[in-house]
Each structure stands twice: as C-alpha cells, then as structure tokens.
Write a protein of this length. Structure first.
Length: 293
C-alpha cells in the first residue's frame, strides 16, 4: 500500500539520499533517469534494509542476512548507521568489490554455497538475530518503494516506471510507489525468476546466469513481491543489450552503473517500454568495471 511507502519514507528519510531524477533526450525521445546508483552503498537496497530495521517491533541486538552483494552491503551499512552488529552470508561467487565493501562497514562476511538460496538457508539458521530478507518482506518492499515515490514526486509527468527485477523487492515497491502508473519489470535472459513465475502462475525455481547475476540472480521471486508485481508487465533483455546499454550510459551521460543498473535502459533502447515519458530506475553501481580510454 502507498501508506506503507509513505511510512517508510518518514522512517528512513534522515538516513538515505534523495537521489536525482534527470530528464534527458536519446534518439529524439525524452526519458527520465532515476539516479539511484548514487544512493548510499551504491544501490537502492539500503532503503529496504533501513526500513526493516527501523520498522521492527523492537530494535534488534544483532542482524543477519544473505545476499549476492548489494543487499548484504545495504544491511551492513544500515546496521552500522544504527550501531547494530551485522553478519552477511554470500554465495562463494560474490564479486570481490561487493565483498570488500561489506567488510569495510565492520560487518562479518561469511561465504557459503554456490547460490543465494544456499547462503540464505545458512543465514536463517543463525540464532538470536533478526534475519533481514533481501526482498521477501513487506517492510523491505515498502522501503524500496520510496525510490519510485521520489521519482514521481519530482517528475509528476512520468507515465511509466521501468525497473530491473531479481527477487522482486524493488519491482514490487515500484508498483506500490508508482501512484498507479504502468510498471515494466525487466529481467535478463538467464535471470528471469519473475517471468518464469508469471508463466507458472506462482513463484518457481529458475536457473541463474549471465552478466547481471550477482545483483539479479534470485533463484525464485519472493511470495510477497510476486503478489504485487503481477500488476507489472514482464520483458526480457539479452546480456549483449545490457552491456551495450551500460556502455552507452557512460558514453553519453558519464553515468557508471553495474549491469543490473543498465537493464531498464536496455529495455527502453530495444523499444520494449511504452509511454510518452518513462522513468528508468538505474538501481546500482557496485562493480569493478571501468570505462575504456
């Protein structure tokens, strides 16, 4: 509900950045870029993490989570802001850049298993700690929804919001925070848990692979996000389209994002996004990628 997003915005407002929404023209068409890669920790995830901690029935004495990288960094940073100890479980394949940033917050990092699901199973067994899910929780979804709510407040003429989807937290939050606008949920071929869930009529296990798997590599979309995300349109883009979009964001606008952050732009460039003035959420920049030249 929008009221949940409003409540989240009030809770997390003293801690997060209100990221810019920039209107640009590409190939003769106007589009809004929500620069969420400029958020604390380099991704939107800190919004949901903070809302989960601040919205809990009581302040936790210890926090634990599992993540492919961005959520773990967000929980670690949120816990640090609130002076709460944190432990983050990641798959063994976690990118070095994300692992380094998690440990820099003071959190304990534990590499476990080949997939996010395996890391999450281990994290949920930790006693006497508040487990913060990456996406399958109402408080996390509502916190992520503050990103879209900011965008449409800053540029009310936006008629479509476009978001990359992994486990579905940001996508579902975008639906809640969109003010009823059309939402396009974009996934890479190879990381398409939401697309597969729509085909099956319910969340199902889905293969994971490709250039954006460290951020969008959920093996199954969350139950809570899926119930909300069903209102969105699902589209898929290729790894080649994602990397081309990432490079173009740098070349034309000097915006450095990780592959997941370029997924909405890839869909827009491919003509998969309707609307006169779409808003593309550039969701993260936690990468070791550097431009050529």
């Amino acid at each position: 509900m929008l009221s949940d997003v409003d409540a989240a915005a009030e809770r997390i407002g003293p801690y997060v950045r209100h990221t810019p929404a920039m209107t640009v023209e590409v190939e003769g068409r106007s589009v809004v870029l929500k620069l969420e890669q400029l958020q604390l920790t380099g991704s939107f995830k800190v919004r949901g993490a903070l809302n989960a901690l601040l919205g809990a029935s009581e302040r936790p004495g210890r926090v634990v989570t599992a993540s492919g990288g961005n959520h773990g960094l967000a929980v670690a940073a949120a816990a640090s802001l609130l002076n709460v100890p944190a432990t983050v479980y990641t798959p063994e394949s976690v990118p070095a850049a994300k692992a380094r940033r998690i440990e820099a917050t003071g959190a304990k990092l534990i590499r476990h298993g080949a997939t996010y699901a395996e890391a999450a199973a281990a994290a949920m067994e930790v006693p006497d700690a508040l487990y913060v899910p990456a996406y399958d929780h109402p408080l996390v979804v509502a916190g992520q929804g503050t990103c879209a709510a900011e965008a449409v407040a800053d540029v009310p003429s936006v008629d479509t919001l476009v978001v990359a989807v992994g486990g579905g937290g940001l996508g579902a939050g975008t639906v809640l925070g969109s003010g009823g606008r059309h939402v396009v949920a974009v996934e890479p071929h190879g990381c398409q848990a939401f697309h597969d869930a729509l085909a099956a009529g319910q969340p199902v296990d889905s293969p994971v692979g490709g250039v954006a798997m460290s951020a969008l590599g959920a093996t199954r979309v969350g139950e809570v996000p899926f119930a909300i995300l069903r209102a969105a349109t699902s589209v898929l883009v290729s790894d080649e389209q994602i990397l081309a979009a990432r490079d173009r964001l740098w070349e034309e606008f000097r915006l450095a994002v990780e592959p997941a952050g370029a997924v909405p732009f890839a869909a827009w460039l491919a003509g998969l996004v309707p609307g006169d003035l779409p808003c593309l959420i550039l969701c993260g920049a936690n990468t070791d990628w550097t431009p050529e030249g």
